[in-house]
Design a protein around this ligand. Sequence first.
Ligand code: BGP
Length: 458
Amino acid sequence: LQYQFPSDFWWGSAASAAQTEGSHNGTTGRTIWDEWFEKEENRFFEGVGPKETSDFYNRYKEDIKNMKEIGHNTFRMSISWARLIPGGEGEVNEEAVTFYNAVIDELLAQGIEPFVNLFHFDMPIEMQEKGGWENREVIDAYVTYAQKAFELFADRVSKWFTFNEPIVPVEGGYLYDFHYPNIVDAKKAFQVAYHTIIAHAKVVELYHQNYDGKIGIILNLTPSYPRSENPADLKAAHICDLFFNRSFLDPVVKGEFPEDLIALLKEYDHLPETAEEDSVLLKENTVDILGVNYYQPRRVKAKDHAPNTEGPFMPDWFFDNYEMPGRKMNVYRGWEIYEKGIYDIMINLKDNYGNIESFISENGMGVQDEQRFIKEGRIEDDYRIDFIKEHLKWLHRAIEEGANVKGYHLWTFMDNWSWMNAYKNRYGFFSVNLDTQERTAKKSAYWFADVSKQNGFD
Ligand code: BGP
């Protein structure tokens, strides 16, 4: 084969609890998403909320069987904090224990290794009412929840992740007003980011003290490409990278924040509050494994106009984004498609982050109205096959050049509810009929089955 991957390569997909489980009636606590949806039903969701998901809660057996059929050897799921411990602290919900035990056991029985993530944007509402990650008490509650999850499931799960894309709740909830709690306040944003990293490090510490498996985090890395080599553009891209990639990447892999990020926040009086013991905690509890979600790059240039520094501080004071002429687009999602980005990320991890063990934990293509592409009962998603293939080619090249990449997971296994676009953009290997909950494999599912069977493609 022209693109042959290592024999133990992880082929699979990723999903999250809030987006797939459904079954909210009495079986789980509430998260910020239930709250937000009820308050702002029509703001983004077009009436389809987190309750109407793909019913993984009741159909996990069929889904796991389907995973097996398309050659998955790994699957990333998340545990819902609010389901396991309704309210975020206190009693464990026995129904949730039964459910997650059954899912994990079923995966293992089918020869699929579960990768388990502890937090995928789904803060229990009671914890958010206490201030969410602004409040150190919430960190303690999260650590207790993680401890419970380890006690219950770490005998069978040996790949754990503390957070999925922890920067997204910071951007969405505290800077750009697209997630609950819809606050726009950079100081709070940096505090939230900082406390998330501390929560992460405490859970890594706890895991390392008691268990032998691997623990990491999943970051959405968005390479920042400068418009030109001129110093102003380079500086803009560098600052953008500091805010949106290195703010999390450096502390979790290297155990410390980039010095120039600290200097910049200090200069503008926006450093978060810290505790004395934090720096040792970070230094001593770096990750064993890094999941990389890659969807799109950032195109960055120096600002055309000086920012209004009278107004509230924003990262955007230091750079502008621009649309690269001739760029390839996923028009449905409004995201640029730039396959080489996946290679650049992995080479950066190899060269500058100790070649940390990593894998692509999400990559995928959301498309609207896929029913248009049905032929003889199945969605012919050749665009998705091309998308995956082109990214895999670049990943293959990174591996050939020595990057420590262990696998590729598509977002996502089956079409599911999403935070802001409900069911509009569909990403799955399997389509889901929302009226009947019937699952149907798309063409890409069969293609992926072949790829994983042969460990590569031509
Ligand atoms: C990632 C999230 C996923 C998923 C995906 C697709 O950021 O980790 O939860 O939703 O993006 O994005 P969207 O559903 O917004 O199109």
